[in-house]
Design a protein around this ligand. Structure first.
Ligand code: FCB
Length: 481
């Protein structure tokens, strides 16, 4: 993706054809204080790391696992930047005990991982694959023994190919299949696994997987924006209901990629604001509103026509125990009258800090997102479920003395603490990620780990950021520099 001029973390939209947008104009960047009064996080604040199944597990044919959309996509020529696949990744399916040791060694409280749907239900539904389920039972047990709270994401983009063959998220039935799968997890693992995240960044999966064709399942069809968005929201609501019916003692949340959408500057900034508002509705509000308000934003109206049935919005709107916020960078947007959606990628202000992938570094965007949740969405309990930085220079050996990552984490945590002081109920922070892994369409060229991995031997070597995060988790005291 980075090579196509538009990077996921610096998202600017593109051919989001079906979406029209109104003249509402998005709220300007609120002025937020990024400096906390105290650098001491509360005692019970949870420190963790986050991972995802397809990016780490490897062992794609082990123990009866069925293929997912990413198994198919990664094999298509030209899809993955370095031509690699996730066949080994960090080998966490076999080396999970080493992961748990690393997490425990850093004194962390929590681990966010995802369950591969197609390990549990190889074709998406039907008979349960006990061997696949057992892997997650072992992982959960290993975490609990060390006093680490497991957080399992149910859907981190790896839809079973069996369901994609029946239409995937474009068809309504997939929403019910997600609920069935959620019920299986609740019933079979819920005695030990108490914290469940339904979806990871459904906006990314919808837009990059179905509209822009840059992620699995590789579809490039603007008409899919509405149905895929709605079926994911509907599935999420049904899955929450199914989990609550399975057990009464689960803590249930979902994770969103929340990005402030800012207009490109310059003489056309006023017009660009129309485009940034359009993207904001598609990227942020199309997920926040159905869950927290039971509505969709106006810009989605045309795209959703014929897909939302009576009663659906009562299902999408569910009480949650926490909202997971993933944040990397703001999006800059400009108006493009030639694009069907009129939305195109813009540029951050001149001089903005960026890494080699064009990702901007701007903690004020996180502060803006947290302010908005406080102000406009009833201030729900939050967890920062992902935040982190890749090695800034792209491919090459992993950088073990990763001062840039420490600074990135430190500056974003400053914004987190300031938001807490302003009243945001934030219960924890998960760094993305534990071990350098397979970064989707960027393959092994982009590294976000606190720990490096020698790909030939599998040997893991903690980076400077690992020791830094360990000290932070121990004391809860955020260093000043
Ligand atoms: C997020 C994804 C995660 C990883 C990080 C770098 O958007 O949820 O899987 O790719 O970005």
């Amino acid at each position: 993706m980075g090579d196509h001029g538009m990077s996921r973390r610096a998202l600017g939209g593109g051919v989001l054809g079906a979406a029209a947008f109104g003249l509402a104009g998005c709220q300007g960047a609120p002025s937020v204080d990024l400096t906390p009064r105290s650098r001491q996080f509360p005692q019970d604040f949870q420190w963790g790391v986050a991972t995802a199944a397809f990016q780490t597990e490897g062992s794609l044919a082990a123990d009866g696992r069925g293929p997912s959309v990413w198994d198919v996509f990664e094999r298509q020529p030209g899809r993955i930047k370095d031509g690699s696949d996730a066949g080994t990744a960090t080998d966490s399916y076999r080396r999970y005990a080493e992961d748990v040791d690393l997490i425990a060694g850093a004194g962390l409280d929590a681990f966010r991982f995802s369950i591969a749907w197609s390990r549990v239900l190889p074709s998406g539904g039907g008979a349960i694959n006990q061997a696949g389920l057992d892997h997650y039972a072992r992982l959960v047990d290993a975490l609990l023994v060390k006093g680490i709270a497991p957080y399992a994401t149910l859907f981190h983009w790896d839809l079973p190919q069996g369901l994609q063959d029946k239409g995937g998220w474009a068809v309504r039935d997939t929403a019910s299949r997600l609920a069935d799968y959620a019920a299986v997890i609740g019933e079979r693992l819920g005695d030990r696994l108490k914290r469940i995240i339904i979806l990871n960044e459904a906006a990314v999966h919808t837009v990059f997987g179905h509209v822009l064709g840059e992620h699995a399942p590789g579809l490039k069809d603007a008409d899919l924006l509405g149905p895929v968005t709605h079926h994911l929201n509907l599935g999420q609501g049904l899955a929450i209901q199914a989990l609550r019916a399975a057990r009464g003692d689960l803590s249930i949340g979902t994770t969103m990629a929340l990005q402030p959408c800012r207009p490109d500057g310059g003489p056309l900034a006023v017009w660009n604001r129309l485009a940034s508002d359009g993207l904001d509705q598609i990227w942020n509000r199309a997920w926040l509103d159905p869950l927290l308000r039971g509505t969709y934003p106006d810009a989605m109206a045309d795209a959703l026509k014929g897909h939302v049935r009576d009663g659906d919005l009562a299902i999408t709107r569910q009480p949650i125990d926490f909202l997971g916020v993933n944040y990397y960078a703001p999006a800059y947007v400009r108006l493009d009258l030639k694009a069907p959606s009129r939305i195109a990628q813009g540029e951050p202000p001149r001089g903005a800090e960026r890494d080699a992938f064009g990702r901007q570094i701007d903690p004020s965007g996180l502060a803006e997102v947290l302010t908005r949740l406080r102000r406009d969405y009833g201030n729900p309990p939050l967890l920062i479920t992902e935040n982190g930085a890749s090695d800034p220079f792209g491919p090459g050996p992993a950088i073990l003395d990763d001062a840039f990552r420490i600074q990135y984490l430190r500056r974003h945590l400053q914004a987190v603490k300031a938001a807490m002081e302003a009243g945001s109920p934030i219960g924890g922070y998960f760094a993305w990620t534990l071990v350098d892994n397979w970064e989707w369409d960027l393959g092994y060229t982009s590294r976000f780990g606190l720990v490096a991995q020698d790909r030939a031997t599998g040997t893991r070597t903690p980076k400077a950021s690992y020791a830094w995060f360990k000290a932070l988790a121990r004391t809860g005291l955020l260093p000043e520099r």
